[in-house]
Design a protein around this ligand. Structure first.
Ligand code: 5AD
Ligand code: SF4
Length: 431
């Protein structure tokens, strides 16, 4: 019998990819994806607990399923992901219409979980990594995500991830290579290696070693990776990025704060000066590398002076782009217990300032690209303008070009004609 599933994903790329795995597992079970939750036999919320905002959004959407279920009592509702892992059985009390709760490390059990008649809870702590090689129903035909490591051992004091995704575990390089070879055979061109801290990947080889091995997989044209911890960014990795032609010239390297006091409270294990030194080395070794970052505004105890250090850092480093967030106190983390939590107003004001400064820098950087040439990988029609195609430079910048006869997945050479705040415009110079 045909069954349908609706998956709502919150949070990071890791979660988006986990949803692809859930779909892969369920497809084997005869499920088809639907985009209408009211018609689904199974609704899965793949949740994120990183900030309160994402959590609130999830609870408000979950609330709506109560009425769907009233109309169709046979419908099943599952909560997965990081909030599921954190809240566990409390979710059944809070929302009695929830049938299944399972954590990010239990996707391999999905077949078993959804076939149960009764409410069930699956939260595993230290799973056997072999079970995590799951069938995947990918959302794109050109770009694919590949998880190389699970969990995180860093314990940044603000972060829930070590508590929801468990200790760090690396997949074997053989396994990763096999998956990527298969993707290449299916026509994938770009691979993004995923992990909470990819630089600390370690199996029979380390992360630079893995990149060297993957460089040899024919058919794949671009290799990206997220996320990198500045503390684990070695010279060896910088050299690999510089030498390997498929590894793109972009790194997402979260700074979080420009103040050493705050960095210490965050347990980031580096100073601003050490971070800056690595940025300079990277820029020296890898010509034209784009560096993006994450910043948290208003960490507990952050003084006006600390905030000014962050502003100065942004001006000094000139990131290609940042994601900036107001500090959000998460249950169970060390930051939750710290003194000096700031008001919403102070956090908002600091965030606003950070965003405004970065906007100027991003636009200035994008404008400076006018007249330069880049290789872009076509991702399809532009979402905002049907007369245009969208692609990305190796440095991960979006370029819109007037439509040409070119398929998704082809590489074009373009000249940048205009740099804007969030994207670039270009024209084809060579196909
Ligand atoms: N509050 C605000 N931002 C957070 N991040 C992680 N935890 C929190 C939190 N409690 C941000 C960090 C991280 C990004 C993925 O989310 O900047 O790099
Ligand atoms: Fe991803 Fe972290 Fe959110 Fe979990 S809590 S989904 S790991 S961003």
């Amino acid at each position: 019998m045909m069954k349908t599933v609706f998956i709502r994903t919150f949070g990071c790329q890791m979660n988006v990819h986990d949803s692809e795995k859930m779909l892969g597992v369920l497809q084997k079970d005869g499920y088809f994806e639907t985009h209408d939750p009211r018609k689904a036999d199974l609704i899965i919320f793949n949740t994120c607990g990183i900030r309160q905002k994402a959590e609130q959004k999830f609870y408000s959407e979950l609330g709506k399923t109560k009425s769907y279920k009233k109309r169709r009592p046979e419908m099943k509702v599952a909560v997965a992901g990081c909030i599921a892992q954190h809240e566990g059985g409390n979710l059944f009390t809070r929302a009695p219409y929830v049938d299944f709760v399972f954590g990010p490390q239990n996707i391999h059990m999905l077949h078993d979980i959804v076939s149960r008649r009764n409410r069930s809870l699956a939260l595993e702590d230290n799973p056997d990594i072999a079970k995590e090689d799951l069938p995947v129903k990918r959302g794109d035909e050109v770009k694919a995500w590949v998880t190389i490591m699970y969990g995180c051992n860093n314990y940044c004091s603000y972060c829930v991830v070590p508590y929801t995704r468990g200790r760090e575990r690396s997949r074997s390089s053989e396994n990763i290579c096999a998956e990527i070879k298969e993707l290449a055979e299916q026509g994938y061109k770009e691979i993004t290696l995923l992990g909470q801290n990819v630089n600390s990947y370690r199996s029979d080889i380390n992360f630079p070693g893995l990149l060297r091995r993957l460089e040899r997989v024919g058919g794949i044209e671009r290799i990206r990776f997220v996320t990198s911890h500045p503390g684990d960014l070695s010279d060896e990795l910088m050299d690999a990025i510089a030498e390997l032609t498929k590894v793109c010239e972009h790194i997402h390297l979260p700074l979080q704060s420009g103040s050493n006091n705050v960095l210490r409270l965050m347990n980031r294990r580096y100073t601003y000066e050490e971070y800056m030194k690595k940025v300079l080395r990277l820029r020296d070794k890898v010509q034209g590398i784009a560096i993006t970052s994450d910043i948290i505004a208003g960490f507990p105890g952050e003084t006006e002076e600390d905030h000014i250090h962050t502003v100065k850092a942004l001006k000094e480093i000139e990131f290609d782009g940042i994601f900036a967030f107001k500090f959000s106190s998460r249950p169970g983390t060390r930051a939750e217990e710290m003194k000096g939590h700031l008001s919403k107003e102070v956090k908002s004001e600091r965030l606003q300032q950070i965003l405004e400064i970065q906007e100027e820098i991003t636009e200035k950087k994008n404008r400076s690209l006018e007249g330069t040439t880049h290789e872009i990988l076509i991702e399809g029609e532009s979402v905002t303008d049907k007369g245009k195609l969208t692609g990305r430079t190796r440095t991960n910048k979006i370029v819109n070009i007037p439509k040409v006869e070119s398929e998704k997945g082809t590489v074009l050479h373009v000249e940048i004609t205009r740099g804007r705040q969030h994207s670039l415009e270009g024209k084809v110079i060579k196909e």
